[in-house]
Design a protein. Structure first.
Length: 443
């Protein structure tokens, strides 16, 4: 960071101030009752703050060693964030706010690591700055900034993993490779979402740097395997045996992929949420999910990818294909989960940043008097709508409520939705995860 230019330091300071003002204002309990905080694509405070806090309080009511699922979510998911939430309550937190402030700090750390690994990857400050400026004002970053669910932990550990591994690729240091392995393991302990996508991105980085390594690939692949094993052992401990743990994980895996049900299923056994029209329109659903959380039309991403291919090379094209595969990997496998949840487009956020960075990097390669004009137009087209649509209106609302004290925190009640043939509602929820189906979007 000491080698950054003065302009980059000023830019990063302004960016972090803007992001943190928004995040802290959103986290204030006074603002938690605003109607927009109920939307899935706007962070859903009910789901990502109050539900986690409620579960943490329930666990903290018992003696520490009587709790068998400290780091699990719904007794099936790796959930280090649950353990932290429980510790916050045990330490005396009477509201989620202290944990939310910790989450904001994790987002800040994640942004620092993201900037550093992009800087090392492209050997240029401008692509790295453009990428994090874009990401910081997406709905994903803005509205999940004070979540105490998995998002801040995954974001921080994902970028730490990649930063360590890019450092290893550049220097060959064993310590940085060890750091990448530890961070990757912790990422996998935060939730399931990035097991595969992080591994594919690390492979893409090998390709980009022309340093394909079977040794590194095998070593890194052991991390999600080890995390899956430790998660299974925790589930077995929490559920009192290997057989119920295996059934529990088999049950949810079958449902979340192709909406299948195993014998004696406990996850909505009498309901099917994937209909033929979902499968026919699945690519459109995925694109809608991505647009909702990125704030960017898929056509704009396609245009930036086209710009990045102006001077195609085998290395560049291979890298881009692997990045796209990594960014879409969750949606390609977890079909039912993607259909049900409007927020399911967030798991390829690193793909958005790399598309921006590649586009800017390509434009910078042209020695033309139109270069700065093109970069300025790109910034205006991408950041302008984001600031006007998401940042300024919501910041104004949060600041006004905080200043006047007119918004009052209230208990969230799940809104009732109209039931249609295309929008089936569950009749009986699984007692183990009754809130897991609280913001579906069955188009």
């Amino acid at each position: 960071m000491n080698a950054l230019s003065r302009n980059s330091r000023v830019f990063l300071c302004v960016l972090f101030v803007m992001f943190n003002v928004f995040a802290v204002l959103r986290a204030l309990p006074l603002n938690s009752g605003l109607d927009e905080n109920r939307l899935a694509e706007r962070g859903t405070n009910q789901r990502n703050v109050y539900r986690v806090y409620r579960l943490a309080r329930q666990q903290a009511e018992r003696p520490f060693f009587e709790v068998r699922n400290h780091a699990l979510f719904f007794d099936r998911n790796p959930g280090a964030f649950m353990f932290v939430a429980e510790l916050c309550v045990r330490a005396g937190a009477s509201t989620p706010l202290p944990n939310q402030l910790l989450s904001i700090a994790l987002w800040n750390a994640g942004f620092v690591f993201l900037y550093l690994w992009l800087l090392a990857l492209f050997r240029s400050e401008l692509p790295a700055a453009a990428a994090i400026a874009y990401l910081a004002f997406t709905p994903f970053a803005l509205f999940y900034s004070s979540s105490i669910h998995h998002e801040p932990w995954c974001f921080a550990f994902f970028n730490l993993t990649v930063f360590c591994y890019v450092t290893h690729l550049r220097t060959g240091g064993k310590r940085s490779l060890l750091g990448a392995c530890i961070a990757y393991f912790l990422l996998c302990q935060s939730y399931w979402f990035y097991y595969m996508s992080a591994g594919l991105l690390l492979l893409a980085l090998q390709w980009h740097e022309r340093k394909l390594s079977l040794h590194d690939t095998v070593l890194l692949a052991l991390m999600p395997l080890a995390a899956a094993l430790t998660t299974f052992l925790q589930v077995a401990y929490a559920m009192g045996g290997f057989d119920p743990a295996l059934f529990r994980m088999h049950d949810i895996a079958a449902a979340r992929t192709l909406d299948l049900r195993v014998e004696h299923s406990q996850w909505y056994p009498d309901k099917k949420f994937l209909q033929p029209h979902h499968l026919r329109h699945y690519p459109q659903i995925v694109l809608e999910r991505i647009e909702a959380l990125s704030g960017t039309a898929p056509l704009a991403f396609a245009a930036m990818l086209a710009v990045s291919c102006v001077r195609p090379t085998k290395q560049r094209l291979g890298f881009m294909l692997l990045v796209l595969l990594a960014a879409l990997s969750w949606n390609l496998v977890m079909i039912q989960h993607t259909v049900i949840h409007r927020f399911a487009g967030m798991y390829g956020w690193f793909g958005w940043t790399l598309i921006i960075a590649l586009c800017v990097h390509t434009l910078r390669a042209f020695n033309s008097r139109w270069q700065n004009l093109a970069l300025g137009a790109l910034a205006l087209l991408i950041l302008g709508p984001q600031l006007a649509h998401d940042y300024v209106p919501y910041l104004t609302r949060y600041a006004t409520a905080a200043y006047t004290g007119q918004a009052q925190p209230r208990q969230f009640i799940r809104p009732q939705r109209q039931t249609t043939k295309k929008d089936p509602q569950p009749t009986a929820a699984d007692p183990l995860d009754h809130d897991d189906y609280d913001d579906h979007d069955m188009r």
